[in-house]
Design a protein around this ligand. Structure first.
Ligand code: COA
Ligand code: AMP
Length: 625
């Protein structure tokens, strides 16, 4: 069957389509209904089904004779360590750690925060939670204690899992200190912190609360999988929204497992026994879906890479990993290749490695510029596939689907709608736009299985953020257009979310921090274009009357430090410009979009409601002086 036929079938008959896909995973009991609505009127997939995601990712393969196949290859150039796990070994490790959690009282439905670097224990912990039916919430290591505290207070975990440290190229990150500070800031307290001590940094333990990971394993009894309902939550993953408070995206077990399997078969064309590498971090959705769950559910070998595209040790690092593990399908953010291209523009390092196993290179997480895509296409000589999705969807919504049919690649486009997604371009009044007209991407309900059914304990926010803007549709927050061949082009977020080096961040949360400085009268943080990171945040501040100009430099430094301390280094907030005033409408609304356009040297039409046009010239001077 070709792409178009399968796509049409998925939209015309979603229930029979997704019933057929559901039959491809090993349920303990098959769902009673394929699509239904819950008590809040929200769509739910596969009600009444029983399964266990950890069983699907591990036991299933061992029971089917693939216990000796490699499941996970850990490669850490930053610590000079490599370790491989067969499916049998990974199952043993996960069962044992599940036993540790069970002995500490973790049961189905309990939540567990995981704040760990890119080490096998992070994956073992996720799968151990899934095994017990507990709900994990992984927090990315680049976030500051305050961000960790916000997530602790929202997820209300019983246990927090962490390590003594992480390694950023050659700089040690003290994870335990961040955890201790985060717990001090949080109102909710955990009963237990389980700490994995790494060789290069020993963390202090708090008596009565902290327990040593390796010690606990010594006396642990392996725990078996607990059947859960299809609609039970597998995990919560917090992501930036348009306010300072992150959104707790919930993923259920059944829809997720089916979508992971479907995407490996039909999008990534990655099959049992093949090697899949997502060079991301387990703290992001890409890591959840394509380092952990999808490759393992599919019976692939997954690579866990604790390193960077450059400097660990050089811009040939990715090619080395592809050669060494014979990677068949790879996925990363365009930023990673922009970094490689900057250091090795002619791709000389690539010629030192045999990358012939690689079938496809997938890119997502941010807009991929045509230059980088074409550079990569020339270098690799294989399809380079830009695809689009979000934490909320958990898997691609726009993509070429080479597992069914490889369509021609159009640089700059994330290709066509993935089966199950009826994606439309709407104007501000919710009317469908013609080809090549730019509008908002909205998805006709129901969303495909695997997409968020709700936000964690916040149905009102879920409905408000995603369903109310366009009744009958899911609002994506992205703008774009479709060309005459049905290819989508994403033009960027239409809200205050930015993408910095493939990391999703909220400018509103940075503004909250900047505004709290005693010398700041008003401020705006906007994401402007950056050749390496795609976007970077820039703060524009108006200082209170009477602040000495001699203090400007100090205030700029303080603001940068404040954002780093409150949100984390991942915010990459490194530039603050001091302005006399900000462009506003007569009603006082700051014109952030125009500020961005000026900084990016893009054309714009100032609204007729602008308070004073001359401020635009002033701003241009500040930005480019
Ligand atoms: N733990 C602690 N700190 C972290 C971290 C982690 N897991 N990840 C990043 N940071 C820190 C970095 O050390 C850096 O700190 P600094 O300001 O003190 O130097 C800061 O957060 C910003 O990191 P980053 O945006 O990654 O910039 P960088 O200059 O360190 O690296 C790239 C640039 C391109 C090499 C890097 O961004 C990269 O590899 N990107 C790939 C994108 C990716 O994996 N995206 C995930 C979605 S697919
Ligand atoms: P995240 O939830 O962190 O995965 O970020 C999702 C956001 O990243 C989307 O809403 C888009 O704005 C952006 N994004 C992801 N993939 C792409 C892509 N291929 N092209 C353009 N933007 C993308």
């Amino acid at each position: 069957m070709n792409y178009q036929a399968l796509y049409e079938q998925s939209i015309a008959n979603p229930e029979s389509f997704w019933e057929e896909q559901a039959r491809k995973i090993d349920w303990f009991s098959f769902p009673e209904s394929i699509l239904s609505k819950d008590q809040n009127g929200l769509y739910r997939w596969y009600r009444g089904g029983k399964l266990n995601t950890s069983y699907l990712a591990l036991d299933y393969h061992v029971l089917n004779g693939r216990g000796d196949q490699l499941a996970l290859c850990y490669d850490s150039p930053v610590t000079n360590t490599k370790k491989n796990y067969s499916y049998k070994e990974l199952l043993e490790a996960v069962s044992l750690f599940a036993g540790v959690l069970k002995a500490k009282g973790i049961q189905k439905g309990d939540s567990v925060i995981i704040y760990l670097p890119m080490i096998p224990e992070a994956i073992i912990a996720m799968l151990a939670c899934a095994r017990l039916g507990a709900v994990h919430s992984v927090v990315f290591g680049g976030f500051a204690p305050n961000e960790l505290a916000i997530r602790i207070d929202d997820a209300k975990p019983k246990i927090l899992l962490t390590a003594s440290g992480g390694m950023e190229i050659n700089r040690v990150i003290d994870y335990k200190k961040i955890v201790d500070e985060g717990l001090e800031m949080a109102s909710h307290q955990v009963d237990t912190v389980i700490l994995f001590q790494r060789d290069f940094i020993q963390a202090p333990m708090q008596e009565g609360r902290d327990l040593d990971w390796k010690e606990l394993l010594k006396s642990a009894e392996p725990a078996s999988y607990v059947p859960v309902d299809s609609t039970d939550p597998l995990y919560i993953l917090y992501t930036s929204g348009t306010t300072g408070k992150p959104k707790g995206v919930v993923r259920d077990n059944g829809g997720h497992a089916v979508s992971m399997k479907f995407s490996m078969d039909n999008i990534y064309d990655a099959h049992e026994g093949e090697v899949f590498w997502a060079a991301s971090d387990i703290g992001w959705v890409v890591g959840h879906s394509y380092i952990v769950y999808a490759p393992l559910i599919q019976g692939c070998t997954s690579i866990l890479y604790e390193g960077k595209p450059i400097k660990t040790p050089d811009a040939g690092a990715f090619w080395r990993v592809i050669e060494e593990y014979k990677v068949n399908v790879m996925f990363t953010a365009p930023t990673a290749f922009r970094a490689i291209k900057k250091e090795d523009p002619e791709g000389k390092l690539k010629s030192q490695y045999d990358t012939s196993a690689l079938k496809y290179q997938f890119l997502a997480g941010e807009r991929c510029d045509v230059n980088t895509l074409e550079w990569l296409q020339d270098l690799l000589g294989i399809p380079v596939i830009d695809h689009w999705w979000q934490t909320e969807s958990g898997w691609p919504m726009l993509s070429n689907m080479p597992g069914i049919e490889l369509l021609p690649v159009k640089p700059g486009s994330s290709a066509r709608a993935v089966c199950g997604y009826d994606i439309q371009i709407l104007d501000l009044n919710g009317q469908r736009l013609e080809a090549n007209q730019e509008g908002v991407l909205a998805i006709k309900l129901p969303l495909a299985p695997g997409c968020l059914p709700n936000l964690w304990n916040d149905t009102d926010r879920f409905i408000d953020s995603y369903l109310n803007p366009y009744p009958g549709y899911y609002f994506t927050g992205d703008g774009g257009y479709i060309d005459e061949d049905g290819y989508f082009f994403i033009t960027g977020r239409i809200d205050d979310i930015i993408n910095v080096a493939g990391h999703r961040l909220s400018t509103a949360s940075m503004e909250e921090v900047v505004a709290s400085h005693p010398s700041v009268a008003e401020c705006a943080v906007v994401g402007i274009e950056d050749a390496l990171k795609g976007q970077i945040p820039v703060g524009f501040v108006v200082l209170k009357t009477g602040v000495n100009t001699l203090d400007h430099e100090l205030i700029q430094k303080e603001l940068i430090q404040m954002v780093r301390k409150a949100i984390g280094p991942v915010a990459s907030f490194k530039k603050v410009l001091i302005a006399e005033r900000l462009p506003k409408t007569r009603s006082g609304k700051i014109l952030r979009k125009i500020m961005r356009a000026i900084a990016d040297r893009k054309d714009f039409t100032p609204p007729s409601t602008i308070e004073d046009m001359s401020v635009l010239g002033e701003l241009e001077k500040i930005i480019f002086s």
